[in-house]
Design a protein around this ligand. Structure first.
Ligand code: 4AD
Ligand code: MG
Length: 434
């Protein structure tokens, strides 16, 4: 019997019709006269019901013996589950086993350790939670594009191989490039500054690399970053852009990933609060918050680690923008605050619920001599930045931008403890496989 193949999430459109569903065996439960065989195809899960009385003994027996994760095609009639509105079933007539598992499937319903699951990431991705995370991530990626495309930004791709350190020299992956040394990009920002002079409002979106030596729940060696850069925008405009952007992303997830949020048991009332204006505090005010909340030793000049960011962000029910850090803590390219040149015109956005920094950015130094001096202070090779300095030589312009890390954003919106689950195949200090 040949029947149209339909995806499980469209079964509601086929009630009463005979169809074929293809997927993998999830759960199988049998009583004497019935087998309830769950099929999963990535778009959903459907229970197919095999009733002994209505089937040949051969088909009934085959259905009862399908091993976990075998791939199957089940043909039958779509029906509405009488007890659960909106849930559909398949009254099965036939089943083919397409791919028979070789040996036992490594992941069983029992609790596995995280390392085991990460070693089996290629299989773990099939679980309902990981499926939900993949979908939320895809929705966020699309929201990112819709936000900037809808505001007349031009997507400009930044290179992956680069001669420049953008975010300090301690986290560079270097590689041989036809006899020269190249780095895997830490950020597309410097190239977006060039692009801003070409298209006005630019953004890049791609993988970036950091040889992070620390093992934390927020750090990956390879992560995806979206980086807008806007000509003639100042720090104030940058903060507003970041606020609008985050509100847009969260609203999109809430609107189009309700089912996934349920699977992830995410408390969405927390996300509903993510609307502008976001609180804005200075770095100095952030230090005071730390001093008053269990970090009496905190002092001006300290950088914030994960713990400090958690304490600060826990004071607010929506993302908080911390601006004007000491210049000494920040990358070479920031413009100094004219009112206090020891401070950078920068900002970090810290997500609530202890998720910490998800956005970093600010206004760029647009004065040639000052930028040259900063490159020297940071002991960066001036030769490698010749092209970047040209942007200050030929029609220098005030500009600002930021970078948002996709994985930290997914971790926060999904309510996940660790970024390793937010990217399909995580690259970390001790992990390059699968
Ligand atoms: O604060 P960062 O280092 O800023 C930049 O790279 C700027 N050049 C961006 C710009 O202004 N165009 O990184 C920006 C964001 C962080 O807030 C965080 O969300 C993410 O990138 N990020 C990481 N995510 C996962 N693993 C890591 N190791 C990350 N490092 C940064
Ligand atoms: Mg940062």
């Amino acid at each position: 019997m040949s029947l149209p193949h339909v995806w499980i999430n469209t079964l509601k459109d086929h009630v009463g019709a005979e169809v074929e569903v293809r997927g993998w065996r999830n759960h199988l439960r049998s009583s004497g006269k019935l087998h309830f065989l769950e099929v999963r195809d990535g778009t959903g899960v459907v229970q197919s019901v095999f009733f002994k009385g209505g089937l040949s003994p051969e088909i009934f027996e085959r259905a009862g013996g399908v091993p976990q994760e075998a791939s199957v095609a089940v043909r039958g009639t779509v029906s509405q589950n009488p007890k659960q509105p909106g849930v559909f079933e398949l009254q099965a007539k036939e089943i083919d086993v397409i791919g028979v598992p070789v040996g036992e499937y490594p992941i069983s319903p029992k609790e596995h350790g995280v390392e085991f699951l990460m070693d089996n990431r290629h299989l773990w991705l099939r679980s309902s939670r990981q499926n939900a995370i993949l979908k939320v991530r895809a929705t966020i990626v699309r929201a990112v594009r819709d936000f900037f495309d809808g505001r007349d930004f031009t997507l400009v791709d930044a290179p992956i191989f680069t001669p420049n350190a953008c975010e300090g020299t301690s986290t560079l992956f270097s590689t041989d490039y036809h006899g020269d040394k190249a780095y895997l990009t830490q950020s597309g920002q410097l190239y977006m500054e060039a692009a801003a002079a070409a298209v006005g409002k630019a953004y890049c979106f791609g993988p970036t690399f950091r040889a992070e030596k620390s093992k934390t729940r927020r750090h990956l060696a390879e992560f995806w970053m979206v980086e807008p850069e806007v000509a003639f925008m100042d720090l104030e405009g940058d903060m507003k852009l970041a606020e609008d952007f985050l509100s847009f992303i969260v609203a999109r997830v809430l609107e189009s990933r309700k089912e996934e949020m349920k699977i992830l048991e995410r408390d969405t009332t927390k996300l509903e609060k993510v609307v502008g204006p976001f609180p804005r505090i200075t770095y100095h005010e952030a230090i005071e918050i730390l001093q008053q909340n269990g970090h009496p030793e905190a002092k001006v000049g300290d950088d914030f680690g994960g713990d400090e960011e958690t304490v600060i962000s826990n004071k607010f029910d929506r993302p908080v923008i911390v601006h004007r850090y000491p210049m000494d803590l920040k990358a070479f390219y920031f413009k100094r605050d004219p009112n206090d040149p020891s401070l950078a015109l920068n900002m970090d956005v810290l997500a609530p619920e202890g998720y910490g920094e998800i956005i970093g950015g600010g206004q760029r130094e647009d004065d040639l001599a000052k930028l040259e001096a900063a490159i020297d202070v940071h002991k960066l090779p001036r030769e490698a930045f010749g092209w970047y300095l040209d942007l200050r030589r030929y029609g220098s312009f005030p500009h600002a931008g930021f970078g948002l890390g996709i994985e930290r954003t997914v971790a926060w919106t999904c309510g996940l403890h660790h970024v390793r689950e937010t990217i399909p195949f995580a690259r970390m200090l001790n992990r390059l496989s699968p």
